[in-house]
Design a protein around this ligand. Structure first.
Ligand SMILES: Cc1cc2nc3c(=O)[nH]c(=O)nc-3n(C[C@H](O)[C@H](O)[C@H](O)COP(=O)(O)OP(=O)(O)OC[C@H]3O[C@@H](n4cnc5c(N)ncnc54)[C@H](O)[C@@H]3O)c2cc1C
Length: 333
């Protein structure tokens, strides 16, 4: 089969690799200039900032097996930060359950895993799929790129996989109302994220902390992760409630407010030499859909991503994306 995959995050890349191994011809379309989606690392002259997903956990046997292979190949490694909870400025120890959990990261940045998985795949970056249209038993894609002023058609393809966050998937799945309706039931929370680099060590007794009673929900020292460049680089994520309330704020204003919250939470007043904010309109699925993917065998259109529970409890995360992408490829085989 000639298959188009829309989205080069972990779900789309996992699905693409398995479909290619099964003998299909696969083309991945990605609207950003880089692959890896929300497993993202921003690079500048000071080093990298994991400004999307922070780390991942492993619970299912299938993901455990894959992570063991990635780790053997040097793509991922365990991260064992000194953890804390900051409650109105007071630092306490997290629960034993939170402390015991094994956390994993890609190295040298969260983005590196997607970059590796995209090797040997035909991935077309900076190509946003605007819609899909039936052509007999096949599908055409309408694709917008930076270089061509009007949408170009791509295909025909025998099958189309939508591996984008649920809200974006819903629009692409419009020709299949049953699938589109399901995608409408998996909203993702937004997240404003602050990146900071300091000229000197802050001397904090933790590498990462959950923050309560603040605009922030989580802070982490990037350089405490394996294979990062040394330096005092911090990520500060706003809480889901604050991010939702301030979704349309001016970025400069959001940056100012989050920097103030960082100083309050950590009790430090050192000014950063670099600061930037990123607004994630979609960060994590609040209530992933039951099941592991969507697949319409007659139309040959499917969807995968972290917005499927794939047997896991809680919010959508990296493990969900992996399991969903793998499940869809297996279903198509
Ligand atoms: C701030 C933040 C913090 C997080 N923290 C954690 C964490 O600590 N642990 C954890 O496990 N998970 C975390 N997550 C969630 C985790 O990043 C996701 O669950 C996972 O990366 C989702 O992978 P995916 O492939 O389903 O989607 P994505 O990574 O979003 O990939 C979808 C891709 O589709 C592309 N796309 C969308 N529409 C189109 C289109 N029309 N045409 C072409 N391309 C398109 C997008 O650009 C994107 O690259 C976090 C996410 C964010 C944003």
């Amino acid at each position: 089969m000639h298959v188009a995959i829309i989205g080069a995050g972990l779900a789309g890349l996992t699905c693409a690799r398995q479909l290619q191994e099964q003998g299909n011809t696969v083309v991945v379309y990605e609207k950003s200039r880089a692959v890896s989606g929300r497993m993202s690392t921003r690079q500048n002259e000071l080093g990298g900032f994991d400004h999307g997903a922070q780390y991942f956990t492993v619970t299912s046997p299938a993901f455990r097996k894959t992570v063991a292979q990635w780790t053997k190949a040097g793509l991922t490694a365990a991260w064992t930060p000194r953890l804390a909870v900051i409650d109105d400025g007071k630092v306490t120890a997290p629960s034993a359950v939170a402390r015991r959990k094994q956390r994993w990261v890609a190295q040298p940045g969260m983005r590196s895993l997607g970059v590796h998985l995209a090797q040997e795949l035909d991935v077309r970056t900076a190509q946003q799929v605007r819609s899909i249209e039936r052509l007999g038993k096949q599908w055409l894609l309408y694709v917008q790129s930076e270089t061509v002023p009007i949408d170009a058609t791509a295909g025909p393809f025998d099958a189309v996989i939508v591996a984008a966050p649920a809200d974006q998937a819903k629009a692409l799945l419009a020709p299949l109302p049953k699938l589109a309706r399901q995608a409408a039931h998996a909203p993702l929370a937004p997240c404003w994220t602050l990146m900071l680099a300091f000229p000197e060590g802050l001397g904090l007794p933790y590498d990462a902390a959950w923050v309560n009673g603040s605009r922030l929900g989580w802070i982490a020292q990037d350089a405490s992760k394996p294979e990062r460049r040394p330096g005092e680089h911090w990520i500060a994520q706003a809480s889901a409630a604050w991010s939702t309330e301030h979704l349309e704020d001016d970025p400069e204003r959001a940056k100012e407010k989050l920097l103030k919250a960082f100083h309050e939470a950590t009790g430090t007043h050192v000014q950063p030499v670099f600061s930037a904010v990123h607004r994630w309109r979609y960060s994590q699925a609040l209530q992933p859909l039951e099941g592991d993917c969507l697949w319409d065998p007659a139309a040959k259109v499917g969807a995968c991503g972290d917005w499927f529970a794939a047997g896991l409890p809680g919010m959508g995360r990296i493990e969900n994306a992996y399991l969903s992408g793998a499940a869809l490829a297996a279903r198509m085989a």
